[in-house]
Each structure stands twice: as structure tokens, then as C-alpha cells.
Design a binder for this molecule. Sequence first.
Ligand code: FAD
Length: 594
Amino acid sequence: MSTAVTANTTKRASGGSFLIEDLLPEDIFTPEDFSTEQKQIAQMTIDFAEEKILPRAQEIEEKHFEVSRSLMREAGELGLLSVDVPEEYGGLELDKVTSALIADKIAVSGSFSVTFSAHAGIGTLPLVWYGTPQQKEKYLAKIASGEWIAAYALSESSAGSDAMNIRTQAVLSPDGKHYILNGEKMWISNAGMANLFTVFAKIDGEKFTAFLIEAGTPGLTVCAEEHKLGIRGSSTCPLRLEDCKVPVENLLGEAGKGHHIAFNVLNVGRYKLAAAAIGGARKSFRDGVRYAKDRIAFGKSITSFGLVQEKIADSAAGIYAGEALVYRTVGAIDAALAGLDKTSPSFVQDVQKRIEEFAVECSILKVWGSEMLERVVDQMLQLHGGYGYVEEFPAERSYRDARINRIFEGTNEINRLIITGWMIKRALQGRLALLPAIKRVMDEVMAGPGTRTVYEGPLAEERALLASAKKLGLFCSGAASQKYGNDLAEQQEVMGALADILIEVLTLESTILRTEKMAGRNQLAINMTKYYAARSFRIVETAAERVIAAVAEGDMLRTQMAIFRRLAKHEPVNTVTLGREIAAVMVEAGRYTI
Ligand SMILES: Cc1cc2nc3c(=O)[nH]c(=O)nc-3n(C[C@H](O)[C@H](O)[C@H](O)COP(=O)(O)OP(=O)(O)OC[C@H]3O[C@@H](n4cnc5c(N)ncnc54)[C@H](O)[C@@H]3O)c2cc1C
């Protein structure tokens, strides 16, 4: 386990605390804190992506799965598949920042990135965390080397978001040697090339349980490839299970506890998805900026036009904020995992519990990362004009490939509900001091206008915006809880708007702290932070107004809107000038740079 992470993250942030605590720059991990080892692995991954994956992107797109398989073998030889695998089973067992970095840097092809993540993330982790020594002995080395490809089969045609409602059944055979599985699975990534499936079924229709099933097991049929909007070079198939005999020793974890497996690995899947979204956005950005530099219209490069520069600046600031968000969170997870005793019998459970602490952050990363990526690919496609709409240029594929990220690993709607619901649950359990914080803000706003905290430094206004965003988040949570009480969960639009505020608070704070940690030395970072903060606060304002208008009416509405206006009061920043300055640097570099 790398020590660099802990050395650079002095404070152990607990999940969800970002709304009620103010951290200092030195409390968080940032991309500027990558250790030498992390940078080396990142560079190795970049080289692999640029030299091996990108030249074969078209073959991958055309579903030449033998190409993806051989690239997976090469990735395995480089150790890229085994970062989360224990050393005793041929893995590298490195920190989570390294695994996020690999997901980030490998994401130059949406299709290959999905193949890679389905294998190295949700395909591998159930076995790492829940496998018996015999199961690990049998399968892990093959999976870590890329000799075998893994898949994770939870969803069914009538149970995607509603995953607990799966219908696949498992029944113990009369001789007690096998489970007999019957049912179907839908949209299983890697299915067409996988050797090992983690399949979820209910024993006797009740006990939610995971099973390891090898490809070729009689009764397991991999059905035809789906024809997809994007990530066409990844394999996605339904599975059919007809009296599929699975040896009892291939039951994974405990019977009836499969939902822990299913959901715990999703937290990791979510932060890795966000890391991959940043990598995808960086690649799309590079394609877009390079194209724009060369494209002449009205006698000059289109990068000389303000509305083109605006898209470049907005996308760059998004990527910068995304890096801050992802590596701050994954760094905090590493800090939480540091010091766990690997020899303890409860080590694996301890790891999961500590990661689970960050469930709300993982959902935030997933939602924000997938939506940032979509904004970037859209803007970069727009820079291509008509050429953006045809297959000849990469913008079209990036645009299509990005769309899936809002659907899998929990749709963004489900994740928004998780974000707000999880915070409320924690507060009610007394594990997050949300209620006293709400009360403090309520008391403060009811007392009328007070003195405003004065912040210093190049990001003083942004610090003030962040403080206001936190207060608005607490104020709106309080107003919504007062109105709906325990029925708040039924008010999904309000839950969604509250989630939007929480998402922006974490992202904005991460971005500001990252830049402050550079001690104000980097003007580009300052500009991007200011640019992002302006956009972020507009989202917070819109969401807060939506909540207030939903929960109050008449005089109460007028009072709450007066409070809202007081809390949201700020001087606007000149994003036109900032945008031009950011774009000039990016255009000069021909890619995202910091
Ligand atoms: C390319 C691809 C790869 C995939 N890979 C895998 C894989 O490897 N393994 C696997 O197990 N699954 C995989 N999936 C499945 C994926 O996880 C599901 O499609 C996803 O969870 C959504 O489920 P669903 O399709 O049943 O949609 P539904 O659950 O039917 O949702 C439809 C819409 O309703 C909304 N909705 C549903 N419930 C609620 C609610 N309670 N409140 C508010 N809104 C709601 C959703 O957000 C969505 O917008 C993959 C899917 C695709 C397309």
C-alpha cells in the first residue's frame, strides 16, 4: 500500500461530512499529490492507451473481440488488471488512487474502457472480497493476468434499478452437490467474451445469493449481442439459465447475503466510472481543440471566436473540477483504509465498511462525472460542426459512447435519490451531525442579516460562494424536512434538487481546495476554479429555488425567498474574460493542460 496518500491527507474525512465541515487544503488529496509510483503507473497506462488501444479503436468498435482480449492480456501483463487483487493471488494490491488513475488514463476508447472496468472492477471485486481461498486459488490469477475475462450479472429484463426484485432462481439439487439455476440476465457487459460470471439469483425464490459460473457450463447460454447506441465495441448480451448446474462450492459469500456483494462493489464501480469519465472527457477535449485549431471559417481559425472559446473554457474547467473531485474522494478512501490490519480475519469486511462510509460521495462522483463527460463530448462535437455528426471524426463516437454512463452503475436518478436519502438516513441515525447544522443555519437566517464572513486570497469570492452553497443546502434540507417529515423520500423532485446542491458543494469545495493547495501559484487553476464556481453556484441557486417553491407558499414562500436571496447574494464574476484566458492556454497546448 502506497504511503504517499496518507502522508498527503492529514485529516480523515468521514462520508457525508463535507456539507457540515470546512476542510483546509492540506486536509485533502489532490492530483498534485500523486506519488512517484502513482505517476509511473499513470504514465505506463497512458503509453498503453495511446500506443496499443487507440490504434485499434476501429477494430474494437467493429466487435473484433479477439483484439479486446489480446489487449486485456497485455493490460494484465502490465499489472493493470490486478491493482485490487491481493499479492498472494498474483495481484499488486495497490491503493485506490492508483486504481482510479488507471481507470482514468485507459479511457481513451469508451468501448475498451467498459470492457476493462466490467472485468477489473465489478467482475473481479466480488471474488476478491467474498471468495473462499479455494475459489480465489482457482480463478483470481487467471483474472488478474487477463487470461480469463470476468463479468457481473445482476440485471434482468424486469429488474435493473429494482435489482432486489430479480427472478432468477436457484434450488439445491437432491444430492446437495449443485445449485440448479433458472432465469435470465440482461445487458451483461463482457458476456460475449467472458470466462467467469458472477451471477445473482435467489435460492428458493428468497435468499439473494451470488454464484460463480464458468462459461461453457451446461445450461448457461450467452445470447446474441445487443445493437447499441454507443460503446459498440464492448460486449453486451443477455444470459439464459436453464437448469444450469452450479457446483455448491461455487456459491460466493453467504447464501442470502448476495445483496451485500451486489451493492458493495457498486461503490467502487461508481468512483471508477467517474475517473473513466474524466479520462474520456480529456480525450474528447483533445480531439475537439485540435480540430478547432485547424478549422478555418471566415478566414481564421474558429478558436478565435468567443463562442468557441467559451466551450473550450467550460469543458476545461469541468475536467479540472472533475480531477479535484475524484482524487479528493478516492484519496480520502485510501486514507480511511490506511492502517487496516491485513492479517485480521475481518480485513475484507473492514475494507468494505470503510468504503461504504463514502457511499454518498461515490454516488456524487458517478452522477457528476457522467454529466460532466456528456457536457464535454457535446461541446466538442459542436466545435466540429457538420464533421461532428459523421463517423469519420472521433467526436461522433465519443458522444455516443458517453451516454451509457448515466444509465449503468445505478441510473443517475437512482443515485440522486441515494445521495439525499443516505444523508438523511445518516443524520437520523446520529452518524452525521446534520440536524444541529441545519438548526444553526435556521437560527442564523431567522435572526436576520448578520455580518458576512470575509475571506481572503485569490479565491475569496469562491470561498464565500461555497459557504453560501453549504448554507443553502442546509437551509433547503431543513425546510424540506419540516414540510414533508418522513415522507420526504416520496418527493423525488425535491430529493433530486437537494442532491444537486450536495453534488455541487462537494465538487466546488474539492476544486477550491485543490487550487488553494497550489498556494495560489497557478493562475490557470485559479481561473478555472472561478469559472467553475460561477456555473456551480448557478446550479445551486436553481435547485434551492426549486426546493423552496415546492415546500412553501404565501407569506412563508416570500420569507423563505428573502432568506434565499440574502444567502445567495454575491458579485458576479466576469466569466467572459476568464473563459478567453482559459481557452487561450488550452488552444496553445492543443489539449487539456494544467
Ligand atoms: C450497455 C449496458 C451495459 C450494462 N452492463 C451491465 C452489467 O455488466 N451487469 C449488470 O448487472 N447490468 C448491466 N447493465 C444494466 C444496467 O445496470 C441497468 O440498465 C440499469 O441499472 C437500469 O435498469 P433498467 O434498465 O431496468 O431501467 P429501469 O430500472 O426500468 O429504469 C427506467 C427509468 O426509470 C427510472 N427509475 C427506475 N426506478 C426509479 C425510481 N425508484 N425512482 C425514480 N426513477 C426511477 C430510471 O432512472 C430510468 O430512467 C448494463 C446496461 C447497459 C445498457
